[in-house]
Ligand binder design. Structure first.
Ligand SMILES: NC(=O)c1ccc[n+]([C@@H]2O[C@H](COP(=O)([O-])OP(=O)(O)OC[C@H]3O[C@@H](n4cnc5c(N)ncnc54)[C@H](O)[C@@H]3O)[C@@H](O)[C@H]2O)c1
Length: 395
């Protein structure tokens, strides 16, 4: 590895990119962070952390923002770097196909400053084959270079919002190259700031590792949800059964209102769509069924809420129902694919007198989502979607 490859740029300073850029800076390396959000760049350069819920980030931004970590909206400012780490989002569209538009734009901007001998490492979660496929093609097209002129690798981001710094410092991180040389170079560069690093045989394997993890979680949550519903029909306490069933080889997950966020509900679709393109529909029936089971959990909980309402001595339409939490996960102010938000909206569609209370949200935050806020004490029935519990506050 040349010393030059230690001049690193991180493209995308969002929830995933900023903690990574901060950890790299904290290891003593100078980082140029590129993000099209100018206000975010200004904040970072002032040492002002834009993600307060991220444990440990505050100190790092204060120490390195505008110093060892310089944020800029201009790709041109990163021209002298030789390693480019890209971490901008890939979503799925309304047909559940990957939407690469943000990534394509970022790679085209990067291509315009890419030089012979540079290393590009992609971290966004992709369908396996994306790095050596479309991503490489976009870099070639925009840079005018040949593929062999630059090194290309993939290392999935495995953080969790709120715990990103500790994850980057402790959790195993995998890295794989488009070819052996790229893999080796990327491994050497990353070794300077990631302790628990594992080189795998290819970018495609590294891509699959991250997607597999998401599928495992989705399928196992679907299994827990299904067993939970069966237990109720059979008069069995699911939680007691689970506690005693789990051991080294059996890890039943927890039931829920479904699966939200940018990751777990999205990644199974990457594989389902790849199999559909190849007309191997049968290879992904478990993944598809799990998606359906998890998505339909809000219908199950809406029914359970109605059953609880029927125990209250009041007409159904005048019972004030409060959903205690509409973020996709407890403690994280994010709504992407939030099933709890979906549940509140479903109850409203059913004509029920539905309200929301969320400790992370103000009354106007709740109203901005088209929902009504309530002090939980004023509700007739509270449903906590994180603990799956019902409560009737005493009046
Ligand atoms: N957030 C997580 O917990 C998490 C966990 C694991 C993996 N990931 C992966 O990271 C990816 C990014 O997620 P995120 O949470 O950081 O997204 P985010 O929306 O928080 O941040 C994306 C950032 O990219 C910037 N951006 C968009 N287009 C750009 C461009 N053309 N050039 C430069 N910057 C650009 C945006 O301004 C934004 O700051 C996800 O798609 C996922 O694959 C995220």
């Amino acid at each position: 590895m040349s010393e030059e490859h230690a001049k690193i740029a991180v493209i995308g300073l969002g929830n995933a990119g900023l903690p990574l850029a901060a950890v790299i800076a904290d290891s003593g390396i100078t980082v140029t962070g590129v993000d099209i959000n100018e206000e975010r760049c200004r904040r970072i350069n002032r040492g002002d952390n834009p993600i307060p819920e991220e444990a440990g980030l505050e100190e790092l931004i204060k120490a390195h923002g505008g110093k060892r970590l310089v944020a800029t909206p201009r790709f041109e400012d990163a021209r002298r770097c030789q390693t480019f780490i890209v971490i901008v989002p890939v979503f799925v569209d309304s047909g559940n196909n990957p939407d690469f538009s943000i990534m394509k734009e970022a790679l085209f901007s990067l291509g315009r400053i890419l030089k012979k001998g540079d290393l590009v490492v992609l971290e966004t979660t992709f369908p396996p084959g994306t790095t050596e496929g479309v991503a490489q093609n976009w870099l070639i097209e925009s840079s005018g270079l040949a593929g062999i002129d630059f090194f290309l690798a993939y290392s999935p981001e495995r953080i969790m919002t709120g715990y990103s710094i500790s994850r980057l410092r402790e959790f195993p991180k995998v890295i794989g190259g488009r070819d052996e040389e790229s893999g080796m170079l990327a491994y050497q560069v990353y070794s300077k700031f990631i302790c628990n690093l594992h080189l795998v045989s290819s970018a495609r394997v590294a891509e699959m590792i991250k997607v597999m993890e998401g599928c495992y979680r989705d399928v196992n949550i679907a299994l827990a949800n299904e067993l939970f519903k069966i237990c109720r029909k059979l008069g069995v306490d699911f939680f007691e059964a689970r506690e005693n069933a789990n051991h080294q080889f059996c890890q039943i997950h927890l039931p829920s209102t479904g699966v939200g966020g940018h990751c777990i509900p999205v990644y199974p679709w990457f594989l389902i769509k790849e199999m559909e393109k190849r007309e191997h529909f049968g290879n992904c029936s478990l993944l598809r069924a799990s998606r359906e089971i998890n998505d339909e959990m809000i219908c199950y909980w809406a029914e359970r809420i109605i059953q609880e309402c029927l125990k209250i001595n009041k007409p159904l339409s005048s019972i004030k129902i409060c959903i205690k939490g509409i973020t996709f996960r407890a403690g994280v102010k994010e709504f992407y694919h939030s099933r709890n938000l979906g549940l509140a909206r479903l109850l409203m569609e059913k004509g029920l007198d539905t309200y929301v209370y969320d400790p992370l949200l103000s009354e106007s935050d709740v109203r901005a989502k088209g929902l009504r806020y309530i002090d939980p004490k004023m509700a007739d029935l509270l449903f906590d979607p994180f603990r799956l519990t019902f409560e009737c506050p005493e009046k």
